[in-house]
Design a protein around this ligand. Structure first.
Ligand code: PGA
Length: 252
């Protein structure tokens, strides 16, 4: 780990109902307060849309930051069912996931949509957390870098366009075969991927945080934290219990 704050991003997906999210925040208020006040730690929670304003309200007085799990690729207008980046910003979101593998696969999102979403987020000052990662087949057929290269294209284009501005983004490398499976790739492999990702942005990396996601748990986190290239974690199922999430933050 380096001396920057280590970022813990909780992706609650659609695993919790509105009432469950409220309870997770309300019943652990002091815990959230304590955990988020650690100088070496930054905590972001990403509830589903309907819970965002509640989470912002309930966690007021803590340093927990709220993010969203996605956003519309359009700015505003007749897009039934979509949620605009500017509304998310008004609701109090500071971060947003984009291009999560579940959306790439289940909603057929591709580079074009993901690039549009990153643009919307950047325009309203929300930090995009761009998720990338190869499937098991791609991993086995040694296509990882080809896939990641392609998935990074929309971000590359935006970084290129905003040369003069300080652009803050996160890249979450999540091997698809590691999400929700309990399987974490060999650390040498993860390290190699992170080194490669950093090389892709050598001239612009000031505002980039590099995160790992995929089966981060109490069992896997301690060893993963020792990989110096990793600035933080994107945590799915293990983040839905406060105690488990807290242990992941605290265990060294
Ligand atoms: P997981 O999910 O921690 O449950 O593997 C991570 C993610 O999908 O972001």
């Amino acid at each position: 780990m380096n001396d920057r704050q280590f970022l813990y991003i909780a992706n609650w997906k659609m695993a919790l109902s509105l009432h469950q999210v409220r309870a997770l925040c309300f019943e652990n208020y002091h815990g959230w307060q304590e955990l988020s006040s650690r100088s070496d730690t930054k905590i972001v929670v990403c509830p589903s849309y309907e819970s965002i304003t509640d989470v912002v309200d309930v966690l007021q007085g803590t340093q927990v930051i709220v993010g969203s799990q996605d956003c519309s690729r359009f700015e505003r207008g007749a897009f039934t069912g979509d949620v605009a980046a500017y509304s998310l910003q008004e609701a109090g979101c500071k971060y947003s996931l984009v291009g999560h593998s579940e959306r790439r696969v289940l909603c057929q999102e591709g580079n074009k949509e993901i690039g549009q979403k990153i643009t919307q987020l950047v325009q309203v000052g929300i930090i995009p957390i761009v998720c990338i990662g190869e499937t098991l087949d791609q991993y086995k057929s040694k296509k990882t870098y080809e896939v990641l290269h392609k998935q990074l294209e929309p971000l590359q284009a935006i970084v290129h366009r905003s040369q003069q501005q300080i652009l803050q983004v996160c890249i979450a490398y999540e091997p698809v075969w590691s999400i929700g499976t309990g399987v974490v790739p060999e650390h040498a492999y993860i390290q190699e991927v992170f080194a490669w990702m950093r090389e892709q942005f050598t001239n612009n990396d000031i505002g980039i945080e590099y995160l790992y996601g995929g089966s981060v748990s109490e069992q896997t986190s301690v060893a993963l934290k020792k990989i110096p290239e990793i600035n933080g974690f994107l945590i799915g199922s293990a983040s839905c219990s406060f105690q488990t999430f807290k242990n992941i933050v605290l265990l060294q």
